[in-house]
Design a protein around this ligand. Structure first.
Ligand SMILES: O=P(O)(O)OC[C@H]1O[C@H](OP(=O)(O)OP(=O)(O)O)[C@H](O)[C@@H]1O
Ligand code: HPA
Ligand SMILES: [Mg+2]
Length: 181
């Protein structure tokens, strides 16, 4: 394990198995339809890349970048769109793909924002759910794993832009961010 980790939460193998299972479930639910997968940059990129390879219905991609964490382990509370979708989503079956739902501020904002654009349907898929920290409600349709209240990194998730390329998910040691969340 990386020396900044406290413990591994999910191994590469555990993630691979769960992501494949999620892809199969999504493929069943969207049978006969075309999917527009909307990835939330940057955290969701690794999960999305693996997930879509287990999805068997026709899938198109678009990406939106938002930020609320900046260089901290605490959400600033203000969600900003840094890069919007390239195209409209009116009449499309949209699946938002996210790495983690924590306070819910990011997805609560994005679901409202994208719903206003008139998609045929809108669902949320997240690899991780940390429900103990929720401040705003988010309806999650596909969830990989529910996790405890700890700051996790790896498999796309960062702290201060580090650790995204770790193939597993680990709990970040509080000594790296000074504890005190
Ligand atoms: O439920 P919330 O408390 O809003 O937290 C979840 C969001 O925070 C992280 O993104 P971040 O703003 O750090 O950008 P990143 O994806 O580029 O790391 C994560 O990828 C989610 O998008
Ligand atoms: O636990 C987390 N790790 C990384 N990024 C995050 N953004 C919200 N929660 C987290
Ligand atoms: Mg981040």
């Amino acid at each position: 394990m990386h020396p900044d980790g406290e413990r591994i939460l999910f191994t590469e193998e555990e993630i691979r198995a769960r992501v494949a299972e999620m892809g199969r479930e999504i493929s069943r639910d969207y049978a006969g339809r075309e999917l527009l997968v909307v990835g939330i940059l940057k955290g969701a990129m690794i999960f999305l890349a693996d997930l879509v390879r287990s999805i068997t219905v026709p899938a198109f991609f678009d990406f939106i970048a938002v930020s609320s964490y900046g260089t901290s382990t605490k959400s600033s509370g203000a969600v900003r769109i840094l890069k919007d979708l390239d195209r409209g989503i009116e009449g499309r079956h949209v699946l938002i793909v996210e790495d983690i739902v924590d306070t819910g501020l990011t997805l609560n904002y994005l679901v409202d924002n994208l719903t206003a654009r008139g998609p045929a349907s809108l669902k949320v898929c997240t690899l991780l759910d940390k429900p103990s920290r929720r401040q705003k409600p988010v309806e999650i349709h596909y969830n990989g794993f529910t996790i405890p209240d700890e700051f996790v990194v790896g498999y796309g998730l960062d702290y201060n832009e580090c650790y995204r390329n770790l193939p597993y998910i680990m709990v970040l040691s509080p000594r790296v961010f000074g504890g005190g969340r």
